[in-house]
Ligand binder design. Sequence first.
Ligand code: ZN
Ligand code: ZN
Ligand code: ZN
Length: 86
Amino acid sequence: MAFNPDIHFASADCQQWHCTIHQRDEPTEGYRLCAECGHMFGTPEELIAETFRLDTVAYIEGWTKNPPREQDPEKIHACPHCTHDF
Ligand SMILES: [Zn+2]
Ligand SMILES: [Zn+2]
Ligand SMILES: [Zn+2]
């Protein structure tokens, strides 16, 4: 078991805390953990900001017609990175 905050490929040693979006190990304590990509949203603010940022990209790129808006973190039910349900 080795916690490695630098960018690296996942291995059996770090599966439990490896984030496949950022390719690094992240804390296991935080606001919400995505079971799919392993990303830890440390605070509700991070979840709101990342959802807003990626919704903005999707809107600009034309993947969605819904303009981005700030959302209640308790009502965000999917990981903005991998779109997997929490
Ligand atoms: Zn890792
Ligand atoms: Zn995810
Ligand atoms: Zn991550």
